[in-house]
Design a protein around this ligand. Structure first.
Ligand code: SAH
Length: 246
C-alpha cells in the first residue's frame, strides 16, 4: 500500500514520484479533493474506488477504508491510497499506516504539497519572512472540536498561523485569538480553492473575518492564514498547463 499525496488541487503540483506510483497501481482509493486528472494517471485496468464525502455528506467510515486497503493488499494488488495535499497533514495518514502495518502489509508514503504551501505560493504569501514571520503553525480548526484545541500561544506577533478546516468556526477562532490578546487589526488572508481555476484570496483582519466570510460566501475547502505575513497576499494568477486542462 502506498499513501500518495495528490497536492492541493492543481494536478501539476503532483511529484514525479507520486505520478510514477499511480502508474503502477492496480487499485486507486481516492478522496473528494483529488483532481480527476491525477486519478486518470492510473492504468486502464486499475480499479478506482472513491471514498470521499459526496454531496449528501456521506463518507466511507475510516475503518471501512482500512478494511478496503487491507483486502486489496491481501489479494497481492498494488494499492495506491490517493489523498489531497500531504497524507500526514490532517489527512489521517497515520491511522492508515497503523492499520495496514497491523494487518501485516508493507506501507510507504509519498509526500504531497499541502494546501498551506500550495495556497501560499499561489497567493505570493510568504509563510515565513525575515521581516514578518519567523515561525509558521498548521492547526485544525475543527478536528475533534474547537473547544479541545488549546489556542494559547498559537498566534503571536511575528508568527503565521494557518488554520485548516476553519470555515465553519472562523468567527469563533478570531474571537479566541483576540481574547488572548491578538490585535483586532491582525491581517488574515482567506485562501479558498487554492491552486484551482476558481481560487480566491480574500483579505480580512481578525475583527472583520466573520463578516467578510459571510459577505464573500466563503466555502470549503479554504484556509485561514493569520499574522503579519498574510498582509502580503496577492490575488492569485492561475497558471495551468494545457496538458492538464480539464
Ligand atoms: N491533507 C490535506 C488536508 C486535508 S484536511 C493537505 O495536506 O492539504 C482538508 C482541509 O484542507 C480543508 O478543510 C481546507 O482547510 C484545506 N484544503 C485542502 N485543499 C485546499 C485548497 N485547494 N484550498 C484551500 N484549502 C484547502
Amino acid at each position: 500500500v502506498i499513501l500518495v499525496g495528490a497536492g492541493p488541487g492543481d494536478p501539476e503540483l503532483l511529484t514525479i514520484k507520486a505520478a510514477k506510483a499511480i502508474q503502477t497501481a492496480d487499485v486507486v482509493v481516492y478522496d473528494r479533493l483529488v483532481a480527476p486528472a491525477i486519478v486518470d494517471l492510473a492504468p486502464p485496468h486499475a480499479e478506482r474506488l472513491f471514498v470521499g464525502k459526496t454531496r449528501s455528506l456521506h463518507s466511507v467510515p475510516q475503518d471501512d477504508i482500512h478494511a478496503l486497503l487491507i483486502d486489496r493488499a491481501a489479494r497481492g494488488l498494488t494499492v495506491v491510497r490517493l489523498k489531497g495535499g500531504d497524507p500526514f497533514i490532517f489527512g489521517r495518514g497515520g491511522e492508515e499506516v497503523d492499520a495496514v502495518e497491523a494487518a501485516g502489509f508493507s506501507v510507504s508514503v509519498i509526500p504531497g504539497v499541502t494546501a498551506a504551501i500550495g495556497g501560499a505560493a499561489a497567493s505570493l504569501l510568504p509563510l515565513t519572512h525575515r521581516d514578518h514571520a519567523s515561525a509558521v503553525t498548521f492547526v485544525a480548526g475543527q478536528c475533534k472540536g474547537l473547544s479541545e484545541q488549546d489556542w494559547t500561544g498559537l498566534s503571536a506577533p511575528g508568527r503565521t498561523l494557518v488554520v485548516y478546516m476553519g470555515v465553519q468556526d472562523a468567527g469563533a477562532i478570531a474571537d479566541k485569538l483576540m481574547a488572548e490578546g491578538r490585535a483586532p487589526t491582525t491581517p488574515v488572508a482567506v485562501l479558498e480553492n487554492a491552486t484551482r481555476p476558481d481560487q480566491r484570496t480574500i483579505p480580512a483582519t481578525l475583527k472583520t473575518l466573520s463578516s467578510v466570510m459571510i459577505r464573500q460566501a466563503v466555502a470549503s475547502p479554504a484556509l485561514l492564514v493569520i499574522g503579519e505575513a498574510a498582509a502580503l497576499a496577492h490575488a492569485p494568477i492561475p497558471h495551468r498547463s494545457p496538458a492538464f486542462a480539464e
